[in-house]
Design a binder for this molecule. Structure first.
Ligand code: S3P
Length: 188
């Protein structure tokens, strides 16, 4: 897991993956500030393209419809540089997204312990997949099922359970630098 390897990842983009509540969007904004890069969020791109909020996309087109739009959003970023890309928690579940994510840039998996994630996602009801009778159990199931996907997609991992967004963004940058130094010690 997270071992350096020959990589086609662009060095000027940074991609954040991880479960709902991991802080991807907030940390992306902070990384944008620290690195003077533009931040984009695939959820926002999807909402803009569909012209409706995520809850309505799920209601009208189901999860499959949402995932198609999400892949389109990801594809629209290919070829762009100097980006911090925040993604939705389920983006890793579509096999075709994996090479797109890893080619786009260094992929950082933001994660946190389950209690913290649940506390964060419970602050609003904007996540259709958690509108169930037992959202805690649903979250647990999603985390279990998706962990292997995050693991195989990520170049680096950062725990966001504790710390401010600025502290976590700094940790991410440290991991990313270490990753590229290990891949290419001459250029780093
Ligand atoms: C989803 C996570 C959400 C959003 C959609 C589906 C998921 O994004 O893409 O509700 O499948 O985990 P966040 O991870 O930003 O909450």
């Amino acid at each position: 897991m997270n071992r350096p390897e020959p990589t086609a990842a662009r060095a000027d983009n940074l991609v954040l993956i991880g479960p709902m509540g991991a802080g991807k969007s907030s940390v992306a904004r902070e990384l944008s500030r620290l690195t003077q890069r533009r931040w984009v969020d695939t959820d926002r791109l999807v909402v803009r393209e569909a012209g409706m909020p995520i809850t309505e996309i799920f209601a009208a087109q189901g999860e499959e419809g949402f995932r198609r739009l999400e892949t389109d959003a990801l594809r629209s970023l290919v070829g762009q540089g100097r980006l911090i890309v925040a993604t939705g928690g389920g983006i890793v579940t579509r096999p075709e997204n994996m090479p797109l994510l890893r080619a786009l840039g260094c992929v950082a998996w933001l994660t946190a312990n389950e209690d913290v994630l649940f506390e964060r996602v419970s602050r609003n009801d904007r996540r259709p997949l958690l509108q169930t009778d037992d959202p805690r159990a649903t979250l647990h199931g999603l985390l279990e099922r998706r962990r292997p996907f995050y693991e195989s997609c990520a170049h680096v991992t950062v725990d966001t359970s504790v710390g401010t967004h600025a502290e976590i963004a700094t940790l991410v940058l440290g991991q990313v630098r270490a990753f590229f130094a290990a891949v290419d010690p001459v250029r780093a």
